[in-house]
Design a protein around this ligand. Sequence first.
Ligand SMILES: *Cc1c(COP(=O)(O)O)cnc(C)c1O
Length: 518
Amino acid sequence: MAQFGVREIRVNIQTEAALTQWLKPFDVRLFRESSETTVAKLEKHLADLSIKGLSLTEPAVLSRAARALMTTEREHIAGHDEDRLAAIIDLYVRTGIQVHSPGYMGRQFSSTVPLAGVIDFVSSVVNQPSSFYEAGQLPNVVEKIMADELNRFIGWPPDSFAMVTTSGGSLANLTALLAARNDRFPGFWTEGGAACLGQARPAIAVGDDVHYSVSRTAGVMGIGEAQIVRLPLNDEQQIDMDRVRPALDAAERRGLRVFCLVASAGTTSVGAFDPIDRLAGVAAERDIWLHVDGAHGASLLVSDQLRHRLKGIELADSLTWDAHKMMFTPAPCTLLFYREKDKSRRAFRQRASYVFDEEPDSYAALDSGGKTIECTKRPMIMPLWVVWAMYGRALFAEKIEYLCRLTRDVHRILLAEPDFETAHYPESNILCFRYRPGWVRDEDVHRLQVTIRDRIKLQGTFFISKVDVGGVAALRVVMMNHLITEEHFRMLLAEIRAVGQELSGGRQDDQQHVGGRR
Ligand SMILES: *Cc1c(COP(=O)(O)O)cnc(C)c1O
């Protein structure tokens, strides 16, 4: 009997020891220690103002480095090793695009406001998904507050519009177009394409330069890519108003019914703004849903100086607005607005008794799960709201104004450089241009830009992108970081020129054929 007792105790002790090991990662003191290590690393990262582009590591090399930081313990829970954690954070911070460096000029995701990152960290710890009020109470209330705050710049009556957050602009565009399709073709959700048999086929009209996420929706929604009506652009890369009605008439003659017209408020390639007010006129004439893809440029609405670029925004049926681009918050954070509240329920029509209440109470009325593709969704509004709550609108307006002013200034610099050409006048903070000294043949211009871009990327000081404008490649800068000055841009030009001249073999006067050479 006694033996039994002893054995039992021993088992308990063992269990407890095992339990202790198992509980270790949940220890709050360890949490503090790891956080402090991390914050110190990030502080150093943010304080580093050196000019860095992208230093690409071979995937195999990086994979080896990552594996070397993994525990080799397979049987037991490995002990906490703060040094290993520090090395992992170093590796993470060091690789990838350095968005906080003035060398970063190539993409649309932001150098974030550091406080926004802190709040994202809080979100990850408290882990309150925001699709349902009961799970994330503050995020849901704050979504409503932020919707009202931003709607002041759109201008809809406070009680009649709606806003939902989605994980990125691509998803917001898809959601809005689903709502548009279901609104104009009420049978489609249930019957699918059969709902339109014998009738005009559903189609969408877009600017020729529309973001690929919009044209993708045609495939996703079962409309078919062939039913995308591409509207020609003018010299400023905006939808050419003179050719909109003829294009829509031609579509109608082809047996299409355009139910949605998508205007870009800031195209991805050059940041051009389509004339929303005039497109709204056409949409109203023809009973077409007007969606504005403002993923990049809707943020200009918060600036008194720049808001006019979205003139007529109050006439749109829906608007995609990425806060992780020009509102400087961590990705993803997208706001999808609908002019009419009821329309926000059109995108999806489903019953699911485990989440959707038939008669929502005042709490469930705030649930957004019925309006988005996501079920579990990050409380992505929190970083945006906290920065807005702490510092107010002016922080955003002034940073956006600085970035747009800087882009106009560097455009002016380019105009004075005889060996460069600009591809457009910058309406926001995106600028495309080409290195094109007299000795480059027209047919080589395209290749030359691509080669220069690749070289600049490999050199690792500046990170820039490229895009075709009017069918010819151009170098593209996106000014997302307020640390960038004209001086940095002049350095970039010097680097481009040096690369370009090197590609020509340093012999510019003999009309070298440079484009095709490496
Ligand atoms: C970036 C962008 C998108 C895509 O948004 P994500 O948040 O990256 O999914 C869509 N449209 C435009 C105009 C964009 O610039």
